[in-house]
Design a protein around this ligand. Structure first.
Ligand code: OAD
Length: 248
């Protein structure tokens, strides 16, 4: 493993334009469960019943009571872990430019990354389903479910539900970042949800080196990863960081 870590660190040191794609796994060490796999949210909650846009429009109270309330409680208290901090340090060193994240928890920004594409939206903001007014989640009393806008409409999180489109601007920029980077760090994603999972393939076909960090192999591991670091995000970033002199 130490050789692979060293190889990954050297690749980062020689790269000129590093990007990262992250998924739920990077926030596991911050106490937020992943969606798939052991202990995953979709083991307990049927995504089609609670995370599809049709479920939200037909019965927002039901979706709030089960899925959103749980997410709000977790996201409200979670703090960045060593993997988020490592990526922020890489940006401060001038190595990492953009983080494309599928996460809605805001932890990359909390850690200090300044160019974060929130591919699936954010939980930090709510949007009225009736008048479209946006409002910071922290400013809303979530002990009253569902939270309502002053117009009487119900607030929804400003994130993407299944069956909804990725905002074209985010998709365009992510594809551009992926095709322009010369190294992509892919951390904590099962690489099963499209179109996010296409980004490392876009990067690879444009000549980038792909470094994947995950305790389990994914479809990407065989297909695209040049260096697969099998392990937890925080631990692996710390070990890479020793070579890069990152101070998390
Ligand atoms: P998943 O829950 O599908 O995958 C999480 C990945 O993290 C798995 O591959 C795990 O092996 C890995 N993992 C677990 N613990 C880890 C750790 N400590 N360090 C690193 N990796 C770890 O999450 P995503 O790939 O992000 O979409 O899922 C993509 C999308 O599916 C989500 O954005 C969400 C979900 O449905 C929407 O909400 C639209």
């Amino acid at each position: 493993m130490e050789n692979l870590i060293k190889k990954a660190a050297n690749a980062i040191l020689t790269a000129e334009n590093v990007a990262a794609l992250t998924g739920a796994g990077i926030s596991v060490e911050s106490g937020i469960p992943p969606f798939r796999g052991k202990g995953g949210v979709w083991e307990r909650i049927d995504p089609m019943e609670y995370a599809h846009i049709d479920a939200l429009t037909q019965d927002p109270v039901k979706v709030w009571k089960v899925l959103i309330k749980e997410m709000a409680a977790l996201v409200g208290i979670a703090q960045p872990n060593d993997a988020h901090k490592g990526l922020a340090q890489l940006e401060r060193q001038g190595r990492l430019k953009t983080v494309i994240t599928q996460n809605v928890d805001g932890l990359h920004q909390k850690a200090g990354n300044t160019d974060v594409i929130e591919f699936h939206g954010t939980f930090a903001w709510l949007r009225c389903m009736q008048c479209d007014k946006r409002c910071e989640t922290g400013a809303i009393d979530l002990s009253v479910i569902p939270p309502r806008c002053e117009c009487g409409g119900i607030y929804r999180p400003d994130c993407i539900f299944f069956g909804e489109m990725i905002p074209p601007r985010d998709l365009r920029r992510s594809s551009q970042v992926s095709s322009e980077c010369d190294l992509m760090l892919v951390i904590g994603t099962s690489a099963t949800v499209q179109p996010a999972a296409l980004m490392p393939l876009t990067a690879k076909s444009s000549g980038a080196v792909i470094i994947e960090i995950n305790p389990e192999p994914t479809p990407l591991t065989e297909q695209a990863s040049d260096i697969f670091l099998q392990g937890k995000a925080g631990d692996m970033m710390n070990r890479i960081g020793k070579f890069l002199k990152l101070e998390v």
